[in-house]
Ligand binder design. Structure first.
Ligand code: CP3
Length: 348
């Protein structure tokens, strides 16, 4: 029989197919819960250097695939490599997370240099090429960027924050300036994603990790509209590459996001009820998610029960099994192994 359309399980699910067993991958799957990651991390003195050294970044992308055979390999990099490439000072401190030079006004925005990004990020595209060449034929290479809102919160506040209050205030008080920052991020993120596609990424994810802090009008302006523009630009040049949107914490606004951004699939965070995902989102587009990363740390009967109920609720439609947020560094390897068995051999 002649097979048409994509054959890789993840691409089939993203195209709207219901598979007998859902494809799976884990957000932040390349990282500190893996001993082989920690070994390489201990030798490289700097996380940014790791992201900009193609041979190492490619190796880190492939590590979880070798160990577990996920259906998706997500590029090893970081959403903050874009502000870094724009010329904003960035450092990752142990236990403190990222620290950036803050953008406080128009002058700060004017100092950003969008014309540098293609060359500064060339090592990231080289990583994508190396992974593409090394990857087996059934695994999908996922490129990514942060959504403009989420990236802007780090650029304005200089670090991760609990409720993004300073960025929300900036956006209320200096609407015009904030819009300029967002516009710049829309343009550069679309270019960044398209360059990843040109290097070999065949699916993309847009991480809007902090979209949950905005009321509806602001969510429409700073999350939906910028994402819609990125999707439009990427689709214009790469119509066959599916885009997963991940509007974390957006609650019922996820529905507007799904309808209005033009994304191909939606990543569901842990707080969204399975019944609601199944009745409201899945009829519109493929869904991905949403196991609590802490339940994967805890393991045991609770993990088994939740994976089973997730498969029962969402497995009869287009579905990609994933966590509802990134995997925790203290996740036991044995629990990830248990998870694979539950997803891949559910009758056991
Ligand atoms: O495994 C993968 O998913 C691939 C690479 C990846 C990283 N970060 C590597 C990383 C991806 C897709 C990201 C996304 C990212 N980065 C997001 C969006 C997703 C989310 O978790 O909400 C955000 C908000 C960031 C910003 C960021 N980078 C923070 C807040 C931190 C520190 C805290 C943490 O989670 O580790 C990072 C550092 C980071 N990014 C590490 C890794 C492997 C740890 C660096 C180290 O080893 O010291």
């Amino acid at each position: 029989m002649i097979q048409t359309g994509p054959r890789k399980p993840l691409l089939r699910a993203l195209a709207g197919e219901t598979l007998p067993l859902p494809p799976w991958w884990l957000m932040r799957q390349a990282g500190r819960y893996l001993p082989e990651y920690r070994q390489i991390r201990a030798k490289a003195h700097d996380f940014i250097e790791l992201c900009l050294t193609p041979a190492l970044a490619a190796e880190l992308t492939l590590q979880p695939i070798r160990r577990y055979g996920m259906d998706g390999a997500i590029l090893f990099s970081d959403i903050l490599m874009l502000p870094h490439a724009l010329g904003q000072k960035l450092a990752f401190h142990e236990r403190e997370g990222p620290v950036l030079e803050r953008i406080e006004d128009t002058a700060g925005i004017a100092r950003l240099a969008p014309d540098r990004i293609a060359s500064s990020l060339e090592p990231v595209f080289e990583t994508v090429r190396q992974v593409r060449d090394a990857l087996d034929s059934r695994t999908t290479l996922i490129g990514f960027a942060g959504a403009p809102w989420t990236v802007a919160t780090y650029m304005v506040e200089g670090r991760g924050s609990k409720d993004q209050a300073e960025t929300r205030l900036f956006a209320y008080r200096e609407r015009h300036d904030f819009q300029r920052l967002i516009d710049l991020l829309v343009e550069t993120s679309a270019d960044y994603l398209l360059n990843q596609v040109n290097a070999g990424a065949t699916a993309l994810q847009i991480f809007d990790s902090w979209s949950g802090s905005l009321p509806e009008d602001e969510f429409a302006r700073w999350c939906i509209e910028p994402t819609r523009r990125i999707v439009e630009r990427v689709n214009g040049s790469a119509p066959d590459v599916p885009i997963i949107g991940f509007p974390r914490g957006s609650g019922p606004l996820a529905l507007r996001y799904a309808r209005e951004t033009g994304i191909d699939a939606i990543g569901c965070d842990t707080s969204l009820p399975l019944g609601w995902i199944g009745s409201e989102l899945q009829p519109l587009l493929p869904v991905q998610g949403n196991l609590d990363p802490l339940l994967l740390v805890a393991g045991g009967a609770g993990l088994d029960a939740r994976v089973k109920s997730t498969l029962a609720a969402l497995g009869d439609g287009p579905f990609i099994f994933n966590l509802g947020h990134g995997i925790q560094p203290d996740t036991p390897i044995a629990h990830v192994e248990r998870l694979i068995r539950l997803v891949k051999t559910p009758s056991d």
